[in-house]
Design a binder for this molecule. Structure first.
Ligand code: SF4
Length: 373
């Protein structure tokens, strides 16, 4: 079984914190981009012999800037060229200002059964600081429109630790999001990425730097609050009602294989990792052939073991020691014993049948992962 990711690199405008592969002002190439995706999908299908597909994730960018018919064409190409299982999870990311009940119904009709809504905040001042195009009211209306359109699996994405955001402000946003009763919540601590407008504003002292201690308090608050509201914390930043964990993202964290289509998309097949050219115009030129590939590497066994650890430890269940042995033919302690002993010793990891992060390890995840790279 494979997972498929489709990247749509178009946005209305660039958000202040964003370093994703996304571009405003490319409306004129939407049609050519869809053609390119369709040719990439059929070329790759020949290589993967109509493999079975368990999940499809259309992300961006802002996929809902495209017409539902264009999304439908991409899904049709996947279904024509691969074997999509009957209960496949098929997700799309959506920004609140780009959805209406009508286009959500059309997306449902095209086969999308999971929606990931990018709220980010429910405070209009913070939304403006983040450079988002929607208001809090539009976000709530988008959620209600999605329910009205028949979506029974809706995720809300939120960001905490925004400059100027208090714990009380975050608590209110979280409470309002929970009140909508989504099946899934992703809550990310804001990181200031190099080269973004937000970084420049902080460097120029126009915006305050994020407060790391406050961000840690917000994460602890989030974990408690969502636990009390019946959400399972299944990955560092992700929470779901029972049965609604995102199967697509679990494929990444469990080390499964996936195909990425579109500009800058990454693929994994066994130990091979490769990625497409990020720039949309160049991707469009090369989509039907291998000239679209920007980078290709074959991991060593040790690289693959490292990857299994730092991806697996993102899950709250962590890494099962027996499964690691069975996959790699040697124990986790043979390879990483010293780092594990250190991290258990300072209270960041706990080891029994599984190796997993402690609550303190969740707060200091990057420190843990860096020991396995
Ligand atoms: S909508 Fe998403 S991908 Fe587009 S600029 Fe904003 S954060 Fe980046």
């Amino acid at each position: 079984m494979l997972a498929i990711y489709v990247h749509i690199p178009f946005c209305k405008q660039k958000c202040s914190y964003c370093d994703f592969n996304s571009y405003p002002g490319l409306d004129a190439v939407h049609g050519a981009y869809i053609d390119a995706l369709v040719s990439e999908i059929s070329a790759e299908a020949a290589r993967f012999n109509r493999a079975s597909i368990s999940t499809i994730y259309i992300g961006g960018g802002t996929p809902t800037l495209l017409a539902p018919e264009q999304i439908g064409r991409v899904l049709g190409a996947i279904k024509d060229n691969f074997t999509v299982v009957s209960d496949a999870e098929i997700s799309i990311e959506a920004n609140p200002e780009t959805v209406t009940r009508e286009n959500l119904v059309a997306l449902r009709d095209a086969g999308i059964n999971r929606l990931s809504l990018g709220f980010q905040s429910l405070d209009d001042d913070l939304l403006e600081l983040l450079g988002r195009k929607h208001t809090a009211v539009q976000a709530v209306e988008a959620f209600r429109a999605a329910r009205g359109a028949g979506f029974e699996n809706i995720g809300i994405d939120l960001i905490f630790g925004i400059p100027g955001q208090s714990l009380a402000n975050w608590a209110l946003t979280l409470e309002q999001a929970i009140a909508l009763d989504p099946e899934h919540l992703s809550c990310y601590g804001l990181t200031i990425e190099p080269g973004t407008a937000l970084e420049r504003a902080i460097d120029a002292s126009v915006v305050a730097s994020p407060d790391e201690d406050l961000q840690a308090d917000m994460l602890l608050y989030t974990m408690d609050s969502l636990y009390e509201s019946g959400y399972e914390h299944y990955e560092i930043s992700n929470y779901a009602k029972p049965g609604f964990a995102c199967k697509h993202n679990l494929t990444y964290w469990n080390g499964g294989d996936y195909l990425g289509f579109g500009a800058g998309a990454h693929s994994k097949a066994g130990r091979a990792r490769y990625s497409n050219i990020a720039e949309p115009a160049k991707y469009i030129e090369g989509a039907g052939s291998d000239t679209r590939i920007a980078e290709s590497v074959q991991l060593s066994v040790v690289d693959e073991m490292s990857e299994a650890l730092f991806l697996g430890l993102r899950k709250m269940d962590g890494v099962n020691l027996d499964e690691f042995d069975a996959r790699f033919g040697q124990t986790i302690d043979n390879v990483f014993g010293e780092a594990i002993e250190d991290l258990v010793g300072i209270g960041l990891l706990v080891k029994n049948a599984n190796l997993r992060l402690t609550p303190r390890g969740i707060l200091l995840g990057n420190e843990v992962f860096s020991r396995f790279v």
